[in-house]
Design a protein. Structure first.
Length: 127
């Protein structure tokens, strides 16, 4: 496979954030016409600053700032909607009379974790 072929394949599996619906959902600029399917997972990231080795001054490359992971929930011809798939565990102690009862336990729930400051133009890389 030539470098050009590799670049074309890589480009097919990368998209960009086209709009932000809310902190849990973004829209990417690829859709069914590009082979995007419901259930595919993408890493949302931004290319950050170039990093240099402190000893040699040699460029180590640009840092990839990860903003979250999303799954395709809806596909149109030229765009698709991704929803965050990450969550965090929330632990709560009961309050009031329940907190005084000996049988009371900590309530554990799982809540969706928002994308970290998604921006139009962020990269969506197929996982």
């Amino acid at each position: 496979m030539s470098d050009r072929d590799f670049d074309e394949v890589e480009e097919r599996f990368e998209a960009k954030v086209a709009t932000i619906i809310d902190k849990y959902r973004v829209v990417i600029n690829r859709g069914a016409n590009d082979g995007v399917r419901v259930g595919q997972r993408y890493l949302i990231l931004n290319i950050g600053d170039e990093i240099f080795d402190p000893d040699t001054g040699e460029s180590l490359g640009q840092i990839e700032v990860v903003k979250g992971k999303g799954e395709v929930t809806h596909v149109q011809d030229r765009l698709a909607t991704l929803q965050t798939i990450e969550s965090h565990e929330i632990r709560r102690r009961p309050s009031g009379l329940l907190a005084l009862a000996q049988f009371s336990d900590v309530e554990v729930t799982s809540e969706p974790k928002a994308f970290i400051d998604p921006e139009v133009g962020d990269i969506a890389r197929l996982l």
